[in-house]
Design a protein around this ligand. Sequence first.
Ligand code: THU
Length: 297
Amino acid sequence: MILELETQHEPGFDEAWLRLLQSAADTAEKAEGLHTPAAIHLLITNDQEIHTLNREQRGIDRATDVLSFPTVPYPAGIRAGAVPELLEQEYDPDEGAAYLGDIVISMDHVRAQAAEYGHSVERELCYLMVHGIFHLFGYDHMEEEERREMRAMEEKTLNEINVKAYDRGELIARAKEAMKYSYSPYSHYPVGACLLAKSGKMYTGCNIENASYGVANCAERTALFKAVSEGEREFVAIAVTTEKFLGWPCGICRQALYEFAPDLEVIVACGDEVDSMPLRELLPHGFGAAPDRLGKE
Ligand code: THU
């Protein structure tokens, strides 16, 4: 799905969040079974702006978490997936997509609701995005039956991506915890790692050195080998922590991780400093495994 993103009052809107929203949109599009490529406009803003829009567009004088403005004239009770010809009519060759409408999300509400429900900001952001998208697909929740159908589609989509809506803070905290066990008397460079599997389980690791220097094992591979040796094959993200400066994984670890998870999100943290990048970008043109060796179709 083409996401036209506009952010207001959120200068630090994280690239990783955008990738997450893109994946939420793509997963929802697949769940609905759209054949025509779709485009939406997404405005990420604050309570004040969403309040104004809610009042001006819908006559409701309060802030809210998400607003959606569908543009496709679906017949009553009909959803995007059931009317491929309608979406084809909406197809704009200049855009290369059918425009489905606008979604507006307030980050003030995202943060407050995440805290209230005790889950991550990413998880809440994803939920609101998916909810908005299904509105743009013609779903509604005025009546019980349609509410249930909409909820089921949201659940299905979120289940597919929920592991990506992980709590970065927790991953980093666990990597820091593992760093305490680093055995690095030769380099004095302790490293910790925490690898999140698609199963939702987290595996930690530290670097383990040896008097015969070349035997050293990096923290990332310690975590990876622990996970794979317990049956994991698919991974979402890894956090790597160091003490003095940000430490991106070495070439061998990039290759080792790429075997299982080319789309892995790699997060590096040192003190309060954090950065992240998809493994694909850390290892461009990576040499990967044939999908059948991973037990996938
Ligand atoms: N090390 C890691 O644990 N991860 C990396 O990505 C880079 C290097 C460790 C290996 C060795 O114990 C020490 O850091 C110095 O190379």
